[in-house]
Each structure stands twice: as structure tokens, then as C-alpha cells.
Design a protein around this ligand. Structure first.
Ligand code: MN
Length: 458
């Protein structure tokens, strides 16, 4: 069987009745134009009613509501294999559902689409399973065993490389190896995360010795998160043709970064404390199946090397990329107090990625490394070719040398205490519904306590 006929990847990318742009829901808010959560989207998350001791369980976003999958399961309206998939969604993480694989994800999506259509029979009992999103609190949607952050935007890699190594911006391995580092899962939180400005060891230019200080160059990174669904056995690589069968879906990811700490610590083993103090995810995972209409071709710029065979396939060339529009907004404490609207810092698009999701999975496992259900991959900062398509302040301010002026008149090079950064993302294409990712927002709090002061206080 050729790669183009490979059953799984073609399946995840094939259009079906759930993508029909004419579909409408009996939930009116789902039919509003340009909303994030029309019936064609149906992203999965983990939620409960805010301020209650209810157990967290699976939910699907529809319009301005969450369809409570735990309550739907109790209605006993769903049968067969869709009921088995639904039962897995009653757990406090999506890991069990993710591990069921593409057929189970697809069967449940089809069933939910049928139940939520405006012409659905027996819709009325389902009204009792709806929770307004405004009344919900969300959790990280999976128990993330391992988190790997890639570096898949060549525009970001080149711009950042030029700041850290002016004479040698893009290292010679970049166009051959999907570069990544193993990150830390314990500090990953869902949108709404508040975290203290980290302290770290920095060595300012001209200083004789390094010092431990609160970071002065706190930054965000605009990234796409990739949730692994089914894993692979240790010692058994995933081929490029089957790679997307292992991917449950995509979300938004902010890889907060302390640039001064990073500059001092990153050689020779890569990021460590500059990155592992906080990572913020959007609550919703948009499934790969929902993203089928927005797939687009992938290619290498003329003159760049073609990928090695294990990273190449007709499917990757034809539709390996995903056209996800991305935006970053900032609002400062003063902007919130004065009611000033959020200031958009940048727009970008995941289709510019130098490496595709399938290439990341194939490369991650080529040595036999095992991925597991609920593992998270970060795409790396998604900067585009234009200067205003930069996915970090490091790029927008050229390493902190150019002041940014915000809508409030305030200026920034890097983030100040009280700043909130919000990532947004959506897909649109003529003839198809617009589907959104919601948002990933996080707020910077004043610095962590100096460990020395803490010690003296005792
Ligand atoms: Mn990153």
C-alpha cells in the first residue's frame, strides 16, 4: 500500500458529514457566524461547574455551552461503540479516551454531531446536560506524562539565533533534524494560569559574575500544542505514514520563557530553568478530524535540503500542514483597570511551520522512543516570514532593543508584573465553517521570594 492510500492518515484528513458547512445546531449560540465552537468543531476538554466539589469530567464545547459528557453518559441515549468511547470521557482526564484510537474518536464525534443538529430527534433531554462555559472551570485535559517542545519555525529559529549568535544564526542541523528538547510537565496549567516571575541565574553583558535575580526578560512563546492519542511500544518507531493516527488533536500553548536565564544557561544542553516554571494551555483540544478541511500542502523552499525518507511522504507533501491562524494579545494591569481593550501584539499561522506534526511524531519515535496517550508536543514558537508575525517579544523588540508602545500608551520590551498574555487561534476557509481554539491566557505575578531571604526568616 502506498503512503497516499495509508488508511489512518487519509482517514483523519477525509471530509465526512460532520464537516458539512450547512449543519446547524439546536443550540443557537453555535450558529453565530465566526464563533469558535460551531457544530463542525466539537473540541474536547475537562471541566466542572466552577466553585463546586463536582468531579472533573469530559466536555465538548458547543456555542457558549459545554456538553457534559458525564451527564450524557448517564442519559443512556448513546449505544454501541460510541457508548464505550463516551464512558471513557466520564473520567477526570481524557487519557483513556485518547488511548482508544481514531475509530473511537471518530464514532463519538459523529454521534455528538447527530445529537446536536437542529433536526435531532430527542434533543430535549440533552438540554439538561449543558453547562454554560461562563459557569465552568477547566483542567489540563490530560495527565501529561511527558512534554517535548519542538523548534519548528525556521523564522523564529533564525531570528532568535541571530540574537544569541549574530555570526551563526541557524545551526547546520536545523534543516535536517526536527529540533526539540524534553520539557517539564509538572508546571503545565490550563488557561487562567497565574504564576510568579521566576528568579534565575543571569550574567548581564559586562558583568564579571552571574547573580540570582528575578528575570528582567520575561517573554511568551506563541505555540501550537499537539496531544498524542495512542502511544507506540518502546522500541517500535511510528512511520511517517501512520504518524497522524497517533495524534488526538491540537490546542494553543504558551511556553513562557526567561530570556536572560536562557542566554546564560542554554549551552551546551539547551533550555532548563528558563522554560520550566510555567506553561499555559487552552482548555479545548480540537481533534485532527475536525481540522480536516483546513489541511494544506507542505513543501521545502527552493534550495533547502529535502527531508530524509523517514520524514517524507506523499501525504505530508499534499496535506501535511494545518492552516491555523494565530494571534497574541496583551493587557496590562492598567489596561484592565481602565477598561482599555486588549492590544494585539502579533498574528501568525501554523502553516509556516518548517516541520509538520507527522514529521515531529515520526522523528520523536525513530529511535524507538515510546510516546504515550496524553503526551504533549509543543510546536515551538510559530513566527511567520513577516516581521509582525513574530511569536515572542524577543523577536518583536529585537532582543529588547526596540520599545513597543501599547494601546494604553505604556511601553514594553519584556513582560511586566500584572501583564496578561492571551493566545487565540482559529481555522477558516471559504466554503467551510470557521472553527476556533478558544484562548490560552496567563498572568504574571510579582517575583518568587528570594530563597536567601526565606532562609534568613527561619
Ligand atoms: Mn518553546
Amino acid at each position: 500500500m502506498s503512503a497516499a492510500q495509508s488508511p489512518g492518515d487519509a482517514g483523519a484528513q477525509r471530509l465526512n458529514a460532520t464537516h458539512d458547512p450547512a449543519l446547524k445546531s439546536w443550540i443557537a449560540a453555535a450558529n453565530r457566524p465566526r464563533g469558535d465552537f460551531p457544530i463542525q468543531n466539537l473540541p474536547f476538554g475537562i471541566f466542572r461547574r466552577a466553585g463546586t466539589p463536582e468531579p472533573f469530567r469530559g466536555g465538548v464545547a458547543i456555542g457558549d455551552q459545554v456538553l457534559d459528557l458525564g451527564a450524557l453518559h448517564e442519559l443512556r441515549q448513546v449505544s454501541g461503540s460510541a457508548a464505550d468511547a463516551l464512558r471513557a470521557c466520564t473520567e477526570p482526564t481524557l487519557n483513556a479516551f485518547m488511548a482508544l484510537g481514531t475509530d473511537a474518536w471518530s464514532v463519538l464525534r459523529a454521534e455528538l454531531s447527530r445529537l446536536l443538529r437542529e433536526d435531532a430527534k430527542d434533543a430535549s433531554p440533552l438540554r439538561s446536560t449543558l453547562v454554560p462555559q461562563a459557569d465552568a472551570e477547566f483542567a489540563v485535559p490530560a495527565r501529561i506524562g511527558d512534554y517535548t517542545d519542538f523548534y519548528s519555525s525556521i523564522y523564529h529559529a533564525t531570528a532568535v539565533g541571530a540574537l544569541f549568535r549574530p555570526d551563526n544564526p541557524l545551526l547546520p542541523n536545523y534543516k535536517w533534524v526536527p529540533i526539540a528538547y524534553h520539557g517539564r510537565a509538572s508546571s503545565i496549567r490550563v488557561s487562567g494560569q497565574e504564576f510568579r516571575r521566576p528568579r534565575g541565574q543571569v550574567k548581564p553583558a559586562g558583568a564579571e559574575f552571574p547573580q540570582l535575580v528575578p528575570t528582567q526578560r520575561l517573554d511568551y512563546e506563541l505555540e501550537v500544542g499537539v496531544f498524542i492519542g495512542t502511544g507506540n511500544a518502546l522500541g517500535h518507531p511510528v512511520s511517517i505514514d501512520r504518524a497522524e493516527q497517533h495524534v488526538f488533536g491540537l490546542c494553543l500553548l504558551n511556553d513562557w520563557s526567561a530570556r536572560d536565564v536562557q542566554a546564560w544557561e542554554y549551552q551546551p544542553l539547551g533550555p532548563f530553568l528558563a522554560k520550566n516554571f510555567a506553561t499555559t494551555l487552552s482548555p479545548w483540544i480540537v481533534t485532527l478530524e475536525a481540522l480536516a478541511p483546513y489541511r494544506t500542502s507542505w513543501s521545502r523552499p527552493a534550495g533547502d535540503p529535502q527531508p530524509l525518507d523517514y520524514l517524507d511522504s506523499p501525504q505530508v507533501r499534499q496535506s501535511g500542514a494545518v492552516d491555523v491562524q494565530l494571534e497574541v494579545y496583551i493587557d496590562t494591569a492598567r489596561m484592565r483597570a481602565e477598561g482599555t481593550p486588549s492590544h494585539r501584539l502579533a498574528r501568525s499561522n501554523f502553516r509556516h511551520s518548517y516541520w509538520t506534526v507527522a514529521q515531529m511524531v515520526a522523528h520523536h519515535t525513530v529511535n524507538g522512543c515510546n510516546l504515550e496517550a496524553g503526551d504533549l508536543l509543543g510546536s515551538g514558537t510559530q513566527s511567520g516570514p513577516a516581521a509582525d508575525e513574530a511569536g515572542s517579544l524577543l523577536e518583536l523588540t529585537v532582543g529588547g532593543k526596540q520599545l513597543l508602545t501599547l494601546a494604553s500608551g505604556e511601553t514594553r520590551t519584556f513582560l511586566a508584573d500584572g501583564d496578561r498574555v492571551t493566545l487565540r487561534g482559529w481555522c477558516e476557509k471559504p466554503g467551510y465553517a470557521q472553527v476556533g481554539f478558544g484562548e490560552a491566557a496567563g498572568t504574571v505575578l510579582p517575583a518568587t521570594q528570594d530563597p536567601k531571604e526565606n532562609q534568613n526568616a527561619k
